[in-house]
Write a protein that binds this ligand. Structure first.
Ligand code: PMP
Length: 393
């Protein structure tokens, strides 16, 4: 039977740079002790107090269909959080609760793009971005950011790609680079969006993991609330990846249409999960800080380790749970380096090439386990040996 082009071409085909990841998983299943620093999963479970709230809600009977747009309580809680943190007036009519940030990314592009429209995204990028865009029938067009700019996007590059495009997807704090876009960067991006009449889809799922400077939501910039669709999630801020709870914050008219989309796709998010999320968000910054603290600590350890060597250069890590390391001094590609590291030291990191072309010659290290610091030291020694060998070649 013939399958749709949309579904069969979702991932774009070809090598996707995830070979190292799958090889590491295979080695683990065969009993090899691999230090896994690939994907962004916390090493802690969901906080017991959140689980208690979830249990109380489920036992209390909140197990039937929940309201499709989200419970009034969670929509209000998200709206209040956004308004307090950004100063932008926000009510429940601006909020749709979704099964995770991923569903919100899909919803946002469904709202912005028609079939055949061009949607921009920035390279390096979170793995699902181009497929999400293709999934709504749009054409995914990457705009490269540059290692020499510490991957801060240049407005001129976006502008040059914007002719005929309808949307731009950005992510700050950024996965995979760990970079936070500066206010100046965001202001210049906002100007391009206004000049080119683009929707700005702003993925802010790492907004609680800020190590340096501050997180600016571009929805708060002048005249941007009407064209910005913010993607949020409980996954990273509250270690609730498996609960599948996120949201989209947008103009009320957009939310009205997206409620229709949700009725015909996800049919909402379980009520007991939403109650747990309302509880978690109501616990405020203190709980968020407790959950982000291990990453802050590990990132400080990483700065110390990286400061004592010169084989590897770190892109300034300002937020999120990742380090992006430049390993070009070894003469290897990110993929070759990651494969060699896995073979010789059983340490698994992601090649920069897994996230597009702009991060070639880099590797991304997830700071997700305590063994991370020792593994990082080993990685640096390995890179140093390779660089020295290269110098004698
Ligand atoms: N955006 C980014 C940048 C991510 O890294 C992730 C998850 N790794 C998501 C969105 C989606 O997260 P979730 O669906 O779990 O909310």
């Amino acid at each position: 039977m013939k399958l749709s082009h949309r579904i069969t071409h979702l991932t774009g085909g070809g090598s996707d740079g995830w070979d190292v990841f799958y090889r590491a998983r295979r080695m683990i299943s065969e009993g090899v002790a691999v230090t896994e620093l690939t994907i962004g999963e916390h090493d802690i479970g969901t906080h017991p107090s959140i689980l208690d709230a979830m249990n109380a809600s489920a036992v209390g009977g909140h197990t039937g269909y929940a309201m499709v747009p989200g419970t009034a309580l969670l929509r209000d809680t998200v709206a209040a959080r956004v308004q307090t943190r950004t100063g932008v007036p926000t009510t429940r009519d601006n909020v749709l609760i979704t099964p995770g940030g991923q569903a919100a990314l899909f919803a946002a592009h469904s709202a912005a793009c028609d079939y055949g429209d061009t949607a921009l995204y920035l390279d390096p990028y979170y793995a699902t971005y181009p497929g999400t865009i293709r999934g709504v029938g749009a054409i995914a067009k990457a705009v490269r950011t540059r290692a020499e700019d510490a991957f801060q996007p240049r407005a001129a590059d976006i502008d040059a790609a914007a002719h005929g495009a309808v949307s731009l997807l950005i992510n700050t704090p950024n996965n995979p680079t760990g970079v936070i876009y500066s206010r100046e960067t965001l202001e210049s991006i906002a100007e391009v969006c206004k000049r080119r009449d683009l929707w700005l889809i702003s993925d802010e799922v790492y907004d609680t993991q800020v190590w340096e400077g501050g997180h600016v939501s571009p929805r708060a910039l002048p005249d941007m609330a009407e064209r910005t669709l913010v993607v949020g999630s409980m996954s990273k801020s509250h270690a609730m990846t498996g609960s599948r709870c996120g949201w989209i914050v947008a103009p009320a008219e957009v939310i009205g249409h997206l409620i229709n989309l949700a009725t015909h796709t996800t049919y909402g998010v379980p009520g007991f999960i939403q109650d747990a999320a309302s509880f978690a968000l109501s616990s405020g910054r203190e709980l968020e800080d407790e959950i982000s603290e291990p990453f802050r600590r590990r990132r400080a350890l990483a700065s110390g380790i990286l400061g004592r060597q010169n084989a590897v250069t770190m892109i300034p890590s300002q937020g999120a749970m990742y380090l992006m390391l430049d390993i070009r001094a070894t003469g290897l590609t990110g993929e070759a380096f990651a494969n060699a590291l896995l073979d010789s030291h059983h340490i698994a990191v992601m090649p920069g090439e897994s996230f597009g072309r702009a991060a070639a010659g880099h590797v991304r290290v997830a700071m997700t386990i305590e063994a991370f610091a020792a593994a990082l030291s080993t990685l640096c020694q390995f890179a140093s040996v390779l660089s020295e060998q290269r110098a004698f070649e």
